[in-house]
Design a protein around this ligand. Sequence first.
Ligand code: COA
Length: 191
Amino acid sequence: MVIIREERFADVAAREALLEKAYGVERFAKTSERLREGQLPAGGLSLVATDHGALVGTVRLWNVAAGPGRHALLLGPLAVHPDYRNRGIGTALVRRAIARARLAGHGAILLVGDLAYYGRFGFSAALTGALRMPGRYEPDRLLALELKSGALAGTRGVIGTIRTAEPKRVGSATRIAADGGQRRALMKRAA
Ligand SMILES: CC(C)(COP(=O)(O)OP(=O)(O)OC[C@H]1O[C@@H](n2cnc3c(N)ncnc32)[C@H](O)[C@@H]1OP(=O)(O)O)[C@@H](O)C(=O)NCCC(=O)NCCS
């Protein structure tokens, strides 16, 4: 049975293997990655789907600045193992992430992705016209969902990283180091 739960430190290697399968090494070149590298995901917003203990889906959300002085979350990457697609796992991960973000009091979620997929959750490009990613991206794919009405009203400018006051969890430094090491190894392999 597939269940959705918070990611644990022991999931990191399996999550990275799944992302490698879904996106390949090109994922490290994405502009969204520039907003994630060296950061921790937003608290409680790293979710995995598992089937009898095997990791088959992942989604994480990150704190960003949606223009100067405006906080939002950035969703991604989202991936489901090829053998488990079209069973509603991606939908369940996104819906659970949205619900948790709302419960935690976040105002809005941004992402760069396919409207044809994310439209079903209420994401659209209607509120992102004056926002920009800090690098190459397709503007039509910059989507947003407001969790609180007006959270993105009037916001403009470049989306950037944000420092949060979240307490460091045990193992956080190790997790970043593990991610970074894997990224360097993969970039080297791709070069
Ligand atoms: C995108 C992804 C997470 C969806 O996971 P999933 O568990 O198969 O999704 P669900 O079962 O909840 O939904 C399946 C539906 O989404 C549709 N879908 C999947 N990817 C889509 C996309 N990029 N654009 C539009 N529709 C998409 C499927 O055709 C299916 O449609 P249906 O409900 O009308 O049959 C998964 O396909 C994946 O990991 N893809 C590789 C990574 C990727 O391409 N991500 C980019 C997303 S923008």
